[in-house]
Design a protein around this ligand. Structure first.
Ligand code: BGP
Length: 469
């Protein structure tokens, strides 16, 4: 048996991409509510608040807010051991600054969590997944301002206390390293493209590190059994050729991302990080005690997302897309319709790199294939391409556990049910085992139906990853 007993199989979603009900039961506006729809070629626009006449796909999502029972029951039918979802901060604190939480918002998560538990599913909660309250953007430019630390902790405290006996697994910030690539999504910030850009971004990252570390400490005080993790986008990189200059570039590219995990796992900034500040003239403002806070708030595990790999070159040519990062074409790999280069071996490398570096438990909290699905005349959806993608990734993940000794707690596929794409705002970019009748213009009945991959994943879970056929 490769996967340990109790391995946490499941799926992952984010509130803003699935819940909809954007202004229901006292919910405030989040940054995701101000993101228009884009597509593979057009970036989503981050508008000044919600602008009349524009289309915002996250406002309705897949209406998980009203379908959560049915959806969780479908996950249970597949045998899910865990369900990763995020809490929308704006359901709990609509502007982020209230002193008392919004009871109606909390009641929704009470119901979601209870439904999971009633179905034998362990909730895995992301506290902040690209859904900072928009008011905080307007007032403070969100994470650029240290004020957010205090507000975030108020929000964490409410969740930790309310769910201390129901939720064991937590993640503080989704893809924390994405703040350097998309500071609007990951940090709720508007950042001009000028010489202040890096300073603003890395100062904001420092605030998130401090907030996360304080949350870890607080969480452990509330319940010592909590497992609180960090979450980042792991970008497997290869040098484009065996030219040592390309290999050096590869190392540097990875360093950009390890900057984040080093602080959250080890509890301090590495000498290399400090050199990075010096080279770029950054002055990271710290308060007294911050270093101690980081040391005391080391995470219990690393959650990461993995979709595709990237190439690093000293003389980069034409770029193609990948999750958040542009990269160059790898002739050995095939790309998805959205240009993401599928690379299952890259997942095994990611697991090895992370485990060798840190020796803390790992959790693959996002992996999957965004693809266009066709509903056949008889209503079936034969998504063999998705099955193939997942099969190959589960296989290399198994090798990492069985042959390389990696300690892995679980695997949650991204989007077990179709949902709005974070990158493009599209519905047609589907990840689910469950199809949702909803299109890019907001039409559709929200009806759920099972794809071919539904039965396949059910079997994978039932055999604890032994039968991948
Ligand atoms: C990750 C995000 C998710 C998710 C996923 C797929 O970066 O954490 O929120 O959406 O990528 O990306 P996309 O939705 O752009 O296809």
């Amino acid at each position: 048996m490769a996967f340990p007993k109790g391995f946490l199989w499941g799926g992952a979603v984010a509130a803003n991409q699935c819940e909809g009900a954007w202004n229901v039961d006292g919910k405030g506006i989040s940054i995701a509510d101000c993101m228009t729809a884009g597509d593979v070629n057009t970036e989503r626009e981050f508008t000044e608040g919600v602008v009349k006449g524009k289309y915002y796909p996250n406002h309705e999502g897949i209406d998980f807010y009203h379908h959560y029972k049915e959806d969780i029951q479908l996950f249970a039918e597949m045998g899910f051991k865990t369900f990763r979802f995020s809490v929308a901060w704006t359901r709990i604190f609509p502007t982020g600054e209230e002193l008392e939480p919004n009871e109606a918002g909390l009641r929704f998560y009470d119901a979601v969590i209870d439904e999971c538990l009633a179905n034998g599913i362990e909730p895995l909660v992301t506290i902040s997944h690209y859904e900072t309250p928009y008011s905080l953007t307007e007032k403070y430019n969100a994470w650029e301002n240290r004020k957010l630390v205090e507000l975030f902790l108020r929000y964490c405290q409410v969740l930790f206390e309310r769910y201390k006996d129901k939720v064991k697994y937590w993640l503080t910030f989704n893809e924390i390293n994405v703040i350097m690539l998309r500071p609007s999504m990951a940090g709720g910030m508007r950042v001009p493209n000028d010489e202040t850009r890096l300073q603003r971004i890395y100062q904001a990252a420092h605030h998130e590190f401090v907030a996360s570390a304080k949350a870890v400490k607080m969480g452990h005080e509330i319940n010592p059994d909590f497992k609180i993790g960090m979450m980042f986008l792991y970008p497997t990189f290869y040098g484009a050729t065996c030219d040592p200059r390309d290999q050096l570039e590869c190392m540097k590219k990875l360093d950009d991302h390890y900057y984040f995990s080093d602080v959250q796992v080890r509890g301090y900034y590495s000498p290399k990080a400090k050199e990075f500040w010096r080279r770029n003239g950054l002055q990271i403002r710290m308060e007294e005690g911050d270093e101690e806070v980081l040391r005391e708030g080391k995470v219990d595990y690393i959650g990461f997302s993995y979709y595709n790999s990237n190439l690093a070159s000293a003389d980069p040519g034409e770029q193609i897309s990948g999750n958040m990062l542009g990269t160059i074409k790898n002739p050995y790999l095939k790309a998805s319709e959205w240009g993401w280069q599928t690379d299952p071996i890259g997942l095994r490398i990611a697991l090895n790199n992370l485990y060798d570096r840190y020796q803390v438990p790992l959790f693959v909290v996002e992996n999957g294939l965004g693809a266009r699905d066709t509903v056949e005349e008889d209503g079936t959806i034969r998504d063999d391409y998705r099955i193939e993608y997942l099969r190959q990734h589960i296989l290399t993940m198994k090798q990492a556990v069985e042959e390389d000794g990696v300690e892995l707690w679980g695997y949650t596929t991204w989007g077990p049910i179709d949902l709005v794409s974070a990158g493009t705002g599209e519905m047609r970019k589907r990840y689910g085992f469950i199809y949702v009748d909803r299109d890019d213009s907001g039409n559709g009945s929200y009806r759920r139906s099972k794809k071919k991959s539904f039965e396949w994943y059910k079997k994978v879970i039932a055999t604890n990853g032994e039968d991948l056929t």
